[in-house]
Design a protein around this ligand. Structure first.
Ligand SMILES: C[S@@+](CC[C@H](N)C(=O)[O-])C[C@H]1O[C@@H](n2cnc3c(N)ncnc32)[C@H](O)[C@@H]1O
Length: 282
């Protein structure tokens, strides 16, 4: 996808030409740069930002700008729109996504999956089945699902399942794939699950736990934008798309729900966050 043309053209036409423009002009250029970034992020991720979020945008992009030695938002936009800026667009999206998540978050979804959905869908047949965590952030959601599945559908009893975990943020995915968490992130999990499914760090890794390899290997992590239309092949028994729709506008929510519905196996379930768009799903 290219940089939003109308906004990009606007930025280039109105870029200040004098070295020290008066403050009002400088502020105008900053605001145009802000609008341009908001449009770029919307185009690429559908995450809705606005001028009202200026402080948050500046705080999150500030680190990137410092790393690049760029002082102003117009300078940063210039870089984003340049031929070498594509990787920086990915970094900007990474910086502007909110990756908050937790083990056992909205645990009723996992309990319902292993207690009702899967027993009914599989009806005693040990066929391989697939779960998709489609905005998995740093991995707590797919690993929680893996813990529940291993408890109820253990590999040792011949059950074959895979979890596909995707997110737009490569930074969050790197953490997810590593599967290493500070001890205090595991506080909600039952003690015996921590003992069975995690390795305690020692030496330099003290204070951290790592998901055991046999469980980690059943998750595969991949960068994916929810707007992509691949994998619409009806193969997933359960899809999680939780606590991400809140960042989208209504048209995008509808598009994402339609897309994920096509990825579900017949009778499969799509879970959204508790407070997200129930009327879309009926
Ligand atoms: C608040 S976290 C939710 C994590 C987890 N699903 C949960 O409920 O705990 C939202 C995640 O959605 C991801 N996200 C935002 N826009 C996305 C998009 N267009 N495609 C895929 N992931 C996206 C963000 O990177 C972030 O990791």
């Amino acid at each position: 996808m290219s940089v939003p043309p109308a906004v990009g053209a606007n930025r280039l036409e109105s870029a200040p030409v004098q070295p020290n423009p008066p403050p009002s002009t400088r502020r105008g250029a900053e605001l145009r740069a802000l609008d341009w970034i908001v449009a770029l992020i919307y185009e690429r991720s559908r995450i809705r930002l606005s001028r009202e979020k200026e402080a948050l945008i500046r705080a999150r992009l500030g680190k990137r700008m410092r790393a690049l030695g760029l002082e102003t938002l117009p300078d940063y936009c210039e870089y984003l729109g340049s031929s070498e800026g594509e990787d920086e667009v990915r970094q900007a999206i990474d910086a502007l996504t909110t990756n908050f998540t937790q083990f056992l978050r909205e645990r009723e979804h996992f309990e319902f999956t292993v207690g009702e959905v899967l027993p009914r869908l599989l009806a005693g047949k040990k066929k391989p089945f697939g779960i998709w965590s489609s905005a998995c952030a740093t991995g707590e959601e797919p690993y929680t699902m893996a813990l529940y599945l291993e408890e109820h559908f253990p590999a040792a009893a011949g059950w074959d399942w895979r979890i596909w975990a995707t997110d737009i943020s490569t930074r969050a995915l790197e953490k997810a794939a590593r599967g290493i968490y500070p001890d205090d992130r595991l506080i909600e999990l039952p003690r015996d699950w921590v003992r069975k499914y995690f390795q305690r760090g020692v030496g330099g890794c003290a204070g951290h736990c790592r998901v055991k390899p046999q469980l980690q290997q059943r998750n595969s992590f991949q960068q994916m934008n929810l707007l992509d239309t691949s994998h619409d092949d009806g193969t997933f028994e359960v899809i999680f798309c939780r606590n991400v729709m809140i960042y989208f506008d209504r048209a995008t929510q509808e598009q994402v729900v339609a897309r994920l519905s096509r990825a579900l196996a017949p009778g499969g379930y799509l879970f959204t966050g508790r407070s997200e768009i129930p009327e879309l799903l009926t």
